[in-house]
Every structure is written in structure tokens, then in C-alpha cells.
Design a protein around this ligand. Structure first.
Ligand SMILES: [Zn+2]
Length: 177
């Protein structure tokens, strides 16, 4: 069991895809969600965060939240700024992971070494992404699957307890606590 994050659907043992235990996956998503929710300003940046917020194993099943980098909601128009944003989100997540006040807020202390491994691996995959890899069909598919009452169609509301962006499942941090 566990979750694999890969560049695209072509995964081999020698490539830079990486796998995480189910437990580490939750920590990884929690910190990106916290970081991304603080930093996201534009709609496309918020969409990136909500895409990650949907990776909730309590809702879609343990070991069911792996994804490909190219599946994220990239568009050609905003590609460069969104890529910069995702790299900043990873960077800020690293910083948050060593803050005691954040551990208290989250209710647990993350395993620093494991979290660093997953953030570093994710960063390497994001750095590999170029505008030529953008397939807007993935974006359109994700957007068109969203119901009218999906937070991405309601101006990106936030959890009043955790101040993180909500997704169709609600707040990941509330759901997990
Ligand atoms: Zn919450």
C-alpha cells in the first residue's frame, strides 16, 4: 500500500516517481495545504491547492490518492506563474514543518526526515514540468467534473477553524481530526 506520485503515467523503477506510505501522504498533503492556502492569491493558484486538498484518503480510500504531475490543473496561460507558485508552496511547507506553533495547530509533530524526502521529490518533479507538458484536457476534465456547489465554483471558501481552502469533501484537516 501507499501512494505514488509520478511525472506522467509512464512509471518505471528507474525514473523519478516516488512513493509514500499512507501516513506520510497525509502529512505531505497537510503541509502543502497549509502552505498553499496561505500563499495562493490567484484563481489558478487556488485551483492547484484545491487539487491537492482533494487527496483525502478518508474520503477516497487509503492508498488511492497518488497522482501525476501532468494531471494537476495546469493551463498554458498561467503556467509560468503557477509553476513558481507550486515551488514556493513546497518551500514554505518545509519552513512550516519545523514550526512548533504549526505542530500544535495540526495536533501532531511531522516526521521531519520523511516529510523532507517527499517535498524534495515533489519539487524535482515540478521542476521538470514545462509548458510543453501542459495538456489542458486534464484541466478541463477536472473543472467540468466539479458540481455547482463545489468550492472551486463558489469563490474558494476557507475553513473557519483551519483557514485552509475547502474542496468538495470539505476541510481535510477537519475531516481527519
Ligand atoms: Zn478545518
Amino acid at each position: 500500500m501507499g501512494n505514488v506520485i509520478a511525472f506522467n503515467d509512464i512509471v518505471s523503477v528507474a525514473d523519478d516517481s516516488f512513493s509514500m506510505s499512507n501516513g506520510l501522504t497525509d502529512v505531505f498533503i497537510d503541509y502543502l495545504l497549509l502552505s498553499g492556502s496561505r500563499l495562493a492569491k490567484t484563481e489558478s493558484e487556488k485551483r492547484m491547492v484545491v487539487f491537492l486538498a482533494e487527496k483525502q484518503q478518508t474520503k477516497v480510500g487509503m492508498g488511492n490518492v497518488g497522482f501525476d504531475i501532468v494531471e494537476m490543473p495546469w493551463t498554458s496561460d498561467t503556467f509560468e506563474t503557477d509553476k513558481t507558485f507550486v515551488l514556493e508552496m513546497i518551500h514554505h511547507a518545509r519552513a512550516l514543518s519545523s514550526e512548533k506553533s504549526v505542530w500544535e495547530k495540526m495536533g501532531y509533530e511531522p516526521g521531519q526526515k520523511q516529510l523532507k524526502y517527499s517535498l524534495d521529490s515533489f519539487e524535482a518533479l515540478i521542476k521538470r514540468m514545462t509548458i510543453n507538458d501542459v495538456d489542458e484536457d486534464n484541466y478541463r476534465e477536472w473543472i467540468s467534473a466539479a458540481e455547482k456547489d463545489d468550492p472551486i465554483n463558489l469563490g474558494f471558501p476557507r475553513c473557519t477553524n483551519h483557514d485552509v481552502l475547502l474542496c468538495l469533501f470539505g476541510c481535510k484537516l477537519c475531516n481527519d481530526s
